[in-house]
Design a protein around this ligand. Structure first.
Ligand SMILES: [Zn+2]
Length: 269
């Protein structure tokens, strides 16, 4: 770990989910010659907010901090999710409970992989795949709607699954779904957490980069909106006795968590 020597110093509290800084505390090191500082953060920073800070900035300059400017704001990831209206979903058979999510649950759909992917990597193909999965869940399994909350296709298209999922996440919540059964629960809370279905079979096949990047973006956006730690990105097999999301993808979860952590570090909505 590299230590920075601070000369002009201030610690800023950044509002979670925005680029606004709320308060500033001047640092007063006891010994400016030393290269390590320890400072206390006012506890009320963490108690007075509904949405506690996800990062703090130590400014080395005089004046106000410059907010970190992400290349692509996380909110815009949710904006590009294709809604159930846009892919022309059938109406759900019931209203779903809003939940406070703890996890993100990663799945694979076990469909064919590129170059024979069902969605063919196109937007129209992605919508067609979403309709076909919904039909299977409605009529094949007699569920009330799509079982998953989001779908990520081989072309990297992101689509809403169970209806209401997108709006719920934008409000920091999820809708109760049917993607991580708890009959033989190793962990509980899967169905109250967003489930992301990834088109393809990832037992040994390695996800193409476009789809991987969309998965990172979506996970980061959900973690950010719902205040879920990247550590709680889990695979379906953590909840149920299943091969899902495939050996390869399951083994990539540490890399996914790290990519999401890095995305959250540079993005402040
Ligand atoms: Zn699964």
């Amino acid at each position: 770990m590299a230590w920075l020597k601070l000369t002009q110093k201030a610690l800023y509290l950044m509002q979670g989910g925005t680029n606004q800084y709320l308060q500033k505390v001047d640092l007063q090191p006891h010994n400016p010659e030393r290269e390590q500082y320890r400072f206390n953060v006012p506890v009320d920073w963490f108690q007075s907010l509904n949405n506690p800070p996800q990062s703090m900035i130590v400014s080395l300059e005089e004046g106000e901090p410059q907010p970190v400017t992400p290349e692509t704001p996380l909110a815009s990831t949710l904006d590009r999710v294709i809604t159930t209206q846009e892919w022309n979903a059938e109406p759900p058979r019931e209203d779903f409970e809003r939940t406070i999510p703890k996890y993100i649950v990663i799945h694979h759909s076990a469909h064919r992989n590129p170059p024979h992917a069902v969605s063919e990597g196109t937007e129209e193909g992605a919508k067609e795949l979403a309709r076909s999965i919904q039909k299977d869940h409605l009529y094949g399994r007699n569920w009330s709607d799509s079982g998953h909350n989001f779908l990520n296709t081989t072309g990297g298209y992101l689509l809403e699954g169970r209806q209401g999922s997108l709006e719920a996440v934008m409000e920091g919540k999820s809708v109760r779904s049917a993607h991580a059964k708890q009959d033989d629960a190793l962990l509980s809370g899967g169905n109250s957490s967003p489930g992301i279905e990834n088109e393809g079979n990832f037992m040994s096949f390695e996800m193409v980069e476009t789809q991987w990047n969309s998965l990172v973006e979506l996970c980061a956006a959900i973690c950010h909106a719902c205040n879920i730690t990247a550590d709680n990105i889990r695979g379906h097999r953590d909840f149920s006795n299943t091969q899902c999301p495939g050996d390869w993808l399951y083994n990539q979860l540490p890399r996914l968590r790290q990519a999401v952590r890095e995305r959250l570090m540079i993005a402040k909505d």
